[in-house]
Design a protein around this ligand. Structure first.
Ligand code: FES
Length: 88
């Protein structure tokens, strides 16, 4: 099974807009973290599309290890700085 790239080892604070649909990067290759920029093409990954239920400030995962995507669940705390940029 193909593995995601650890794009960073800390989440990104983002303000979501109610009823807006987002495409969260799951492959870790996007240069527009935490969102998809199409870099998954040629991989087995697809973006996670979700619609915000309210205007809300959230922390979105960049390490791609969260069990609750697109949201950070603290899993990044076990990822060292030198692991950023490589596959998990
Ligand atoms: S950034 Fe991935 S779990 Fe926090």
């Amino acid at each position: 099974m193909e593995k995601a790239v650890i794009s960073d080892n800390k989440p990104i604070k983002t303000t979501l807009e109610k009823d807006k649909t987002y495409a969260y990067c799951t492959c870790g290759r996007s240069a527009k973290q935490p969102f998809c920029d199409g870099s998954h093409k040629g991989t087995t990954f697809t973006p996670l599309r979700f619609t915000a239920q309210a205007d809300k400030e959230v922390w979105l995962c960049t390490c791609k290890q969260t069990k609750n995507p697109p949201y950070c669940d603290g899993s990044h705390q076990h990822i060292a700085d030198d692991a950023v940029g490589i596959t998990a």
